[in-house]
Design a protein around this ligand. Structure first.
Ligand code: PLP
Ligand code: COI
Length: 341
């Protein structure tokens, strides 16, 4: 199969239409068979639930080319599970897990020419999503839904690749106590847009959100979970009901313990203690692990000892091991890698 003529190494995290996307419609209480289609555009009611009341949820996962030329995906079953949780919270129908994984396969296979080659630094990002597609005017769930998976080749999420980031402690909250912070719904991102634009205008790469109940504990950023490394090499990550259960973070904790022999801990992390950590990183499908060099809390600069030029040693070890598993260089735990072709 001949690859598309794309300058893979120059790709940022952006959208480029590919040849095929998967579409399935829910009507009269059931999903149709679904199909791969070529049209990237969608026509829906002007009064669709997604347009009026933001009834939409999504996922993110990647396809990778391994060193020996296979194309694989990383833990799509967990994306299907999380999509189910998101759908239930927004009163949307569940797209069955086996069908989700089959649709992922079809989308990757049919767009194989867009899967970046091994070693290019790029990957194929898949975006499964669902939205209420028929008209609602009173506040209630739609009765018809569309599930789609689009894909697009991407490079690093943060400009500058793996250069350490500067992030700020946010004054705004991303989630409410007992709200929707733990699901992947478009509404959580809509309300973060003002804040991310403001952060960029002020010279920061991302916002660190605090717990919305007390604003004393670290939660996550707008698009990634957070991991810290203590001075004695323990990997620590915030425990909270209002953060997204990141598949990357859950995988990293297992990698840290089982592959790197590190102690790991999921617990509440006080804002007041972040000056004591040795390393910090943002983790997610898009972010992979992006090192944080500096956290700014209202003018107070907390400089991580790992510095502003490269990843700290533990972050690097975690990064190399996780990406080694994803790219097939390191044997994966049972069920983590789904071979597509
Ligand atoms: N937190 C938020 C708010 C996100 O948008 C993402 C991205 O998906 C993550 C965390 C990381 O989750 P995952 O590792 O499953 O991609
Ligand atoms: C992902 O990592 O898949 C996400 O959805 C994060 C998003 C901010 C791009």
């Amino acid at each position: 199969m001949e690859k598309k003529d794309i300058n893979w190494g120059e790709l940022g995290f952006g959208y480029m239409p590919t040849d095929y996307r998967f579409v399935s419609n829910w009507k009269n209480g059931a999903w149709d068979d679904g199909a791969l289609i070529t049209d990237p555009n969608i026509v829906i009611s002007e009064c669709a639930g997604v347009l009026q009341y933001a009834q939409t949820v999504f996922e993110g996962l990647k396809a990778y080319t391994t060193e020996d030329g296979r194309i694989v995906c990383f833990r799509p079953d967990l994306n299907a599970d999380r999509l189910e949780a998101s759908c239930k919270r927004l009163q949307m129908p569940v797209f069955p897990k086996e069908r989700f994984i089959e649709a992922v396969r079809e989308v990757v296979k049919s767009n194989a020419a867009f899967v970046p080659p091994f070693g290019s630094g790029a990957t194929l990002y898949l975006r499964p999503y669902m939205f209420g597609s028929d008209a609602v005017i009173g506040v209630k769930p739609a009765t018809e839904y569309q599930f789609r998976i689009l894909c697009t080749p991407v490079g690093p999420y943060f400009k500058g690749g793996v250069k350490p980031l500067t992030v700020r402690i946010s004054d705004l909250d991303r989630a409410a106590p007992r709200g929707t912070g733990n699901i992947k719904a478009g509404l959580n991102y809509a309300m973060s847009l003002y804040n991310i634009v403001d952060a960029h205008n002020c010279g920061f790469d991302e916002n660190i959100y605090l717990d919305p109940g007390t604003r004393t504990k670290i939660e996550e950023t707008g698009g990634a979970n957070i991991i810290f490394v203590t001075k004695d090499n323990k990997v620590v990550t915030p425990k909270s009901d209002s953060i997204l259960p990141s598949i990357t973070r859950r995988s990293l904790l297992q990698v840290a313990a089982d592959y790197c022999g590190l102690e790991v801990e999921e617990r509440e992390i006080e804002l007041a203690e972040i000056g004591e950590f040795a390393e910090c990183g943002l983790c997610g499908t898009a972010a992979v692990i992006s090192p944080v060099g500096k956290i700014v809390d209202h003018g107070k600069e907390i400089c991580l000892p790992a510095g502003m030029t490269e990843m700290g040693p533990v972050t690097k070890k975690l990064y190399d091991t996780l990406t080694g598993i994803q790219m097939g260089r390191i044997p994966a735990p049972e069920g983590w890698i789904v071979e597509i072709m």
